[in-house]
Design a protein around this ligand. Sequence first.
Ligand SMILES: Cc1cc2nc3c(=O)[nH]c(=O)nc-3n(C[C@H](O)[C@H](O)[C@H](O)COP(=O)(O)O)c2cc1C
Length: 386
Amino acid sequence: MRLSQCFNFHDFRELARRRLPGPIFNYIDGAAEDETTYRRNTAAFEDCDLVPNVLRGVATVDTSVTVMGERLAVPFYCSPTALQRLFHHQGERAVAAAVEKFGTMFGVSSVGTVGLEELAKNFTFPQVYQFYFHKDRGLNKAMMDRAKAAGVKIMMLTVDSITGGNRERDLRTGFAIPLKLNLRGITEFAIKPQWAINYFTHEKFRLPQLDEHIKMGPNAAISISDYFTNMLDPSMNWTDVEQMVKEWGRKFCLKGVMSVEDARKAVDIGCAGIVVSNHGGRQLDGSRASFDQLAEIIDAVGDKIDVLMDGGVHRATHVLKALSVGAKAVGVGRYYLFPLAAAGQAGVERALGFMRTELERGMRLMGCTSIGQLSRRNLKFRNSAR
Ligand SMILES: Cc1cc2nc3c(=O)[nH]c(=O)nc-3n(C[C@H](O)[C@H](O)[C@H](O)COP(=O)(O)O)c2cc1C
């Protein structure tokens, strides 16, 4: 199977499965516990049907949106994800280059493997920095100052990871950073030597957002799971974040808001946006799917704050449904990670290209020439009072 034979999410996932050592594939593909939230994230879109209009003159369509003051050429963006150079040696560089071509935005993760300064220097798309809140307030301040100096426009604080999710696939394979594989895990690396050649013949794996501040990564004293357990602050509350919003002084966004109550609080503390997200089902299994929860949140705060969503998005029709409910933009995670793992920048570009083409086609078939024309009148929910 080759990249040219990939036409959708499932094809990219299959190519990534063939190319990656099992523990790495399962780290990307897996989610928490019984993975019910993970499955529902995508299935939720199937409980909602698009109702198109016809004969509307759709020769040209405008797919652009404005999110937290930034104009994006397409209404989808790449959600922040950790450890990308472990999936493909180009890592964030490949994703950033593809994102730049498509005129959208990309959130570089605190646990990213390319420095935010390097990305800010080489690319012009709106920089989003995904942040975790540490016990050490001095460290939080130092990291924020660094992001400011690099020109980051939007701070995205992830609030659904106050403790690590229970990802049983990783327990089974022994996936951890530094890698501590069990016998089965080692065997799975041994049968994918191409991955190992790529990994070991390129620049050494680093976590540049953190390693200036914390000794971490391969051969280091602290592992990623220690980082989540010991360095992040489970006592983080609304007062802490309100303070952070003030200190940051630019656009601030909370990622992982699921309740209406929290969405209202985000408005109260001065956030410019929220991402309705359950971390791709990787944290609290059994939590509601992002798309199922979206309408309620838009109804409560959609006129006061930009509401984004991510989770389970594999098709532009999913994007169209979320935008019709009222989301301002939609994030994708595994949708670009599998193509990254399968083929680096060429893979990410191919996947984003399909998404854009599908979106333009979908808008035409829906009878819409601009995103603003999408509304709930375009939708019918099955078996529900909405
Ligand atoms: C492998 C992987 C790593 C992730 N790392 C992070 C991270 O470092 N920070 C974060 O806020 N979210 C992280 N996420 C969650 C994504 O930002 C996003 O919420 C999720 O992937 C959306 O679901 P989807 O993969 O079904 O599109 C990660 C997701 C995956 C799959």
